[in-house]
Design a protein around this ligand. Structure first.
Ligand SMILES: Cc1cc2nc3c(=O)[nH]c(=O)nc-3n(C[C@H](O)[C@H](O)[C@H](O)COP(=O)(O)O)c2cc1C
Length: 186
């Protein structure tokens, strides 16, 4: 079911070289220019009906925004995310104001795609991104107090990787994803 441990050389190096670091270089700064490019990459992602249902709260070490995020990291992610040059909180607009009416049924899908663009842009800039959900969602939501209809989905740590890809990275095989588990046909 699982395919090779290393991505094949045929896919684009920006994709094959990407991995989620568990160590960041604390001395590597993500400057304003780099931050702007990362958000531009997210901004130019496609979305259903061009709804662009995403928003990003960012904080870099030394900024008050960073201090607002840090207390809400789970210990498991604080270990490495604290050293990243940039923390991004990814929000989506799921609902119309505080009603149950969906703003877009594809809101989370679209946000994921915008974050994927950001991670590839980071890779192109010699940075690396580690997405994570290990944070106190309730506490961070209270802290950021997003507008009605908006919800925090995930976080991303971006910075200079200070380690190599983890041992034993695996993926389902191409054959697996083309059939099992969704297909009724063996
Ligand atoms: C939505 C999402 C949530 C994730 N949450 C965590 C997390 O809480 N902690 C963690 O260490 N990694 C987290 N990851 C990273 C994944 O574990 C990682 O992408 C996966 O193991 C594949 O490894 P790679 O990115 O190095 O290819 C998350 C990734 C995504 C996309």
């Amino acid at each position: 079911m699982h395919d090779r441990q290393e991505p094949p050389s045929g896919i684009h190096p920006l994709l094959s070289g990407r991995f989620s670091p568990y160590r960041f270089d604390p001395s590597a700064v993500v400057d304003d220019h780099a931050l702007g490019l990362l958000l531009e990459a997210a901004r130019w992602a496609p979305s259903a009906g061009n709804s662009q249902p995403w928003g990003f709260f960012t904080g870099r070490p030394g900024e008050p925004e960073h201090d607002r995020i840090l207390p809400h990291l789970a210990p498991s992610s604080a270990r490495w995310a604290t050293d990243a040059g940039l923390l991004v909180v990814a929000l989506t607009r799921r609902h119309v104001d505080d009603s149950q009416l969906l703003y877009s049924e594809f809101a989370d899908y679209d946000l994921g795609q915008a974050v994927a663009h950001l991670t590839v842009q980071a890779q192109a800039m010699g940075l690396a991104a580690h997405q994570f959900r290990a944070f106190d969602m309730e506490g961070l939501t209270k802290e950021l107090d997003p507008n009605p209809g908006w919800a925090i989905v995930s976080m991303v740590a971006v910075g200079k990787a200070a380690d190599a890809p983890a041992e034993g990275r695996t993926r389902h095989s191409v054959a697996h994803l083309r059939s099992a588990p969704w297909s009724r046909v063996e």
